[in-house]
Design a protein around this ligand. Structure first.
Ligand code: NAP
Length: 251
């Protein structure tokens, strides 16, 4: 998949799925900036690992839910490398609670981090992409967008919002060479899911037709395709990467 010489920005790139995306893009020859929020050690370690292999990678500390910080991150990349070709909006959190226990802060924090961040970064990225008549935007959704999990109303709303937002953006900028797609992971082994997976034992694994949890690389493989030059005729789509979890069959 062609991404070499391209300039990419990945939000939430320091750990988990985002880290796998940063590694895949850099290994394929893209210049990659990534945003993290608070875990500086993880970010520094990833930069050291990849620059040590000769890749062009750097980290930007920012809260993706804050518009001025998103604007500054995009400006930083364009100032450094002169363009932006690929944007992966991956930063996300969970604050699971049943509705009656969920505070307004827990609702808002998830909506702001997961959904508003996507608006923030897309709006800032569109202008430099339009200038080059080229762009690949990949937004991280979740099977939770259309799967009903009790306790995930805030998370499901944020991910369903990302999918609706992405379809609109796709139609607005298709003629400028910019594609906008979503990847919707199932259960992937990261810090985010560790507690749920540990508590559920083999129950989750057994409910997945391919009989294993996903790895961050399963998601980065899909993102790499949608971020590549070869995916130019695909826009406004959601690609589920879930080992068949949402097929609803008797597995
Ligand atoms: P993770 O391991 O918890 O990593 C989250 C990443 O997002 C970290 O790099 C974190 O930075 C960053 N982040 C969080 N809030 C941020 C903010 N306000 N501003 C900037 N960066 C922020 O999560 P993950 O499991 O890899 O999930 C990545 C994405 O995939 C999320 O959108 C998630 O909803 C989605 N997803 C995950 C799964 C799964 O099973 N894991 C399933 C479906 C969808 P710090 O390191 O600084 O904290």
């Amino acid at each position: 998949m062609k991404v070499s010489e391209r300039v990419a920005l990945v939000t939430g790139g320091s750990r988990g799925i985002g880290k796998a995306i940063v590694v895949a893009l850099a290994s394929a020859g893209a210049k990659v900036a990534f945003v993290y929020q608070s875990n500086k050690d993880a970010a520094d370690q990833l930069v050291a690992e990849l620059t040590g292999k000769g890749h062009e990678v750097y980290a930007i500390q920012a809260d993706a839910s804050k518009k001025p910080e998103a604007d500054a991150a995009i400006e930083n990349v364009v100032a450094k490398w002169g363009r932006l070709d690929i944007l992966v909006n991956n930063a996300g959190i969970i604050r699971d609670k049943l509705i009656l226990a969920m505070t307004s802060e827990e609702w808002q924090q998830v909506i702001d981090t997961n959904l508003t961040s996507v608006f923030n970064f897309c709006q800032a990225a569109i202008r430099p992409m339009m200038g080059n008549r080229y762009g690949r935007i990949v937004n991280m959704s979740s099977v939770a967008a259309d799967f009903s999990n009790p306790g995930q109303a805030n998370y499901a709303a944020s991910k369903a919002g990302i999918e609706g937002f992405s379809r609109c953006l796709a139609t607005e900028y298709a003629k400028r060479g910019i594609t906008v797609n979503c990847v919707a992971p199932g259960f992937i082994e990261t810090d985010m899911t560790m507690a749920v997976v540990n508590a559920a034992g083999d129950k989750i694994k057994n409910s997945i037709p391919v009989k294993r949890l996903g790895r961050p690389e399963d998601i980065s493989n899909a993102v790499m395709f949608l971020a590549s030059e070869e995916s130019s005729y695909i826009t406004g789509q959601v690609l589920k990467v879930d080992g068949g979890l949402t097929l609803g069959g008797m597995s």
